[in-house]
Design a protein around this ligand. Structure first.
Ligand SMILES: Cc1ncc(COP(=O)(O)O)c(C=O)c1O
Length: 459
C-alpha cells in the first residue's frame, strides 16, 4: 500500500488527525476550532502543508533534525534496499549497516571506539546513566553513582532523563524523580551569575564547587550539551570547556557529551565537542544522525569505558545488561551511512560554517535595528536571538509575544522556532537551525522575514 492521497482526500486526513492523533507538546483544546497543521511534502529546505501553503523551514523539521534537507532519494533508496534485504535483527547479533556505520562514525571521533544503538536521544542518554551506575556498582564499591547536569540543558523525556532536566518546566508535574541527579549552574554569560572577567572559567569552577559539596567519591559523571539547544542556544564562554575537562580529570568524573542536537554537522564540525578539543568518555547522538529518514540514536564510548564491561567474563552479571529492541533496526544505520556520505560529498560542514557566519551577522544587524533583540548567539547553523523588554535590565519579553513573532514568520512563509515551556519567564529566545544545505538566499530570506516580524509585533 502506498499512501497516495489525492488533494480531495486531505480534508479527511485533517479530520482523522483531529479525531485520533495526540500531538507532542500540544494543548489540544485549540484543535476543536482550528485545523491541526499537516505537512505533506518536503524538498530541500521547503515543506508544503495540506492546504497547499509553501514554507521555508528554518528549524529542520521543528526540532533541529533534518540536517541534509527533505526529499533525499538516495537515503530513501538505501533504506528501501536494506529493508527488503534484512530489516531487523536484535542487537545481540550484528548487521552489515550496523557494523559499517559504527566504523565510519568512529573514524570521525578520534579517541572513541564503541557504538551502542538505540532509537531516541532520551534512550541514548539513559544508556549512559545505566552504564555510570553499573560502573559505580562494579568498580567503585557502590560509590561515584551521582550524575551532574547543568541548568538550562535538556537530555530527554523519560523519567530518568527528566531527572537531569535543567529546564524546570519540562520536568514539572512528572516527579518524583530518582535520586542522585544533581544540578550545576548554567554558563550563559548574557545572564551572568558572577561579575568576573574570565566568565568561562568561573562558570566551570561552579561545577567543581558542586563536586566538592556532594563529595568527589559520590560523583561519577557529568552530562553537558556542547552548545545548549532548547534552553536558549547557549554557546559556552571562552575557557569553559578547558576548565570542565580539567575538573573531570581531577575528580575522576566521567564526561558525557549530549550531541543529540549538535552531532553530525550542526555546528560546522562533525561534533560540537570537537569545537573545543574536549575528550569525552561518552557521546550520545540522535536527531541529525540520519536526518529523520529513520530513527536511530547512538551511545558512543571509549575503549576504556567499554573494557569495564568485559573485565570478568566468569561473572554472569559483568556485562552491560541492556536491550533496545529497535536498536536492531537496520534502517537507522543504513540511512545514517548515506546521510554522512552526503555531508562529505556536498561539503556541508564547510557550508554550515559559512552560512552560520552569515546568519549570525544578519542577526547582529537585527540587534542593531531592533531594541527588543537583547542578545544573539550561535555556532554554525545553530543560532538564537534572545528578546528582551528592556536592554538594560534584560527583562525577558513575554512568551506570548515571542510566539507572536514565530506566528508572524509562519504567516510570511518561514518556519522558525522559539524556546518554549522550558524555563519559567525565560522562554524568550528565537531559534534557528536550517538544514546544512542552506544557501545565502535562504539565510537572507529567513532573517529578512524575522526583521519584518519584529517590526510587525513590536513596531
Ligand atoms: C540535547 C537533547 N538531548 C536529548 C534529547 C532527547 O531526544 P529524543 O527526543 O530523541 O528522545 C533532545 C531532544 O530535543 C535534545 O535536544
Amino acid at each position: 500500500m502506498t499512501l497516495n492521497i489525492s488533494p480531495n482526500d486531505l480534508g479527511h486526513v485533517i479530520e482523522a488527525d483531529r479525531a485520533n492523533v495526540w500531538h507532542h507538546l500540544s494543548q489540544h483544546k485549540a484543535y476543536e476550532t482550528i485545523n491541526p497543521r499537516i505537512y505533506i511534502e518536503g524538498k530541500g529546505l521547503k515543506v508544503w502543508d495540506a492546504l497547499g501553503n509553501e514554507y521555508l523551514d528554518a528549524v529542520s523539521g521543528g526540532v533541529w533534525t533534518v540536517n541534509v534537507g527533505y526529499g533525499r532519494e538516495s537515503i530513501a533508496n538505501a533504506v528501501r534496499d536494506q529493508l527488503v534485504k534484512l530489516n531487523y535483527f536484535a542487537g545481540a547479533a550484528g548487521t552489515i549497516p550496523g557494523a559499517l556505520f559504527a566504523e565510519k562514525l568512529i573514524e570521525k571521533m578520534p579517541g572513541m571506539s564503541r557504538v551502542y544503538y538505540s532509537n531516541s536521544g532520551s534512550e541514548a542518554n539513559e544508556k549512559v546513566y545505566k552504564m555510570v551506575r553499573q560502573i559505580a556498582h562494579r568498580h567503585h564499591g557502590g560509590k561515584k553513582w551521582k550524575i551532574l547536569f547543568r541548568e538550562r540543558d535538556y537530555h530527554g523525556t523519560t523519567i530518568a532523563t527528566l531527572a537531569t532536566s535543567g529546564q524546570p518546566q519540562r520536568a514539572a508535574q512528572y516527579g518524583p524523580f530518582p535520586d542522585g541527579f544533581i544540578s550545576v549552574p548554567h554558563c550563559l554569560e548574557y545572564r551572568k551569575q558572577w561579575d568576573v572577567e574570565n566568565y568561562g572559567e568561573r562558570a566551570a569552577n561552579a561545577i567543581e564547587e558542586v563536586i566538592l559539596r556532594e563529595g568527589p567519591d559520590t560523583v561519577g559523571c557529568i552530562v553537558l550539551e556542547p552548545v545548549t539547544a532548547g534552553g536558549g542556544v547557549i554557546v559556552p564562554p571562552k575557557g569553559y570547556w578547558e576548565r570542565v575537562q580539567q575538573i573531570c580529570e581531577k575528580y575522576q568524573v566521567l564526561l558525557h557529551i549530549d550531541e543529540v542536537v549538535c552531532g553530525v554537522g550542526r555546528t560546522g564540525k562533525w561534533f560540537g565537542y570537537q569545537q573545543y578539543g574536549v575528550k569525552p568518555d561518552f557521546v550520545t547522538m540522535a536527531k541529525g544522525v540520519a536526518s529523520g529518514y529513520a530513527a536511530i540514536s547512538c551511545t558512543v564510548t571509549t575503549e576504556r569505558v567499554f573494557d569495564m564491561f568485559k573485565d570478568d567474563a566468569s561473572d554472569p552479571m559483568s556485562y552491560f545488561r541492556d536491550i533496545s529492541t529497535f536498536g536492531g533496526c537496520t534502517a537507522g544505520p543504513v540511512a545514517a551511512l548515506e546521510n554522512m556520505r552526503i555531508i562529505e560529498e556536498e561539503n556541508l560542514l564547510e557550508n554550515t560554517v559559512l552560512m552560520g557566519e552569515r546568519c549570525l551577522k544578519n542577526l547582529e544587524a537585527l540587534k542593531a535595528k531592533h531594541n527588543v533583540v537583547g542578545d544573539v548567539r550561535g555556532l554554525g547553523l545553530f543560532l538564537g536571538a534572545e528578546l528582551v523588554a528592556d536592554r538594560k535590565t534584560k527583562e525577558p519579553i513575554d512568551e506570548k509575544r515571542v510566539q507572536a513573532v514565530v506566528a508572524d514568520c509562519l504567516k510570511q512563509g518561514v518556519i522558525i522556532g522559539a524556546t518554549n515551556r522550558s524555563l519559567d519567564g525565560l522562554n524568550n529566545t528565537l531559534c534557528l537551525s536550517p538544514a546544512l544545505i542552506a544557501t545565502a538566499n535562504d539565510i537572507d530570506r529567513i532573517t529578512d522575514v524575522i526583521d519584518r516580524a519584529l517590526t510587525n509585533v513590536f513596531g
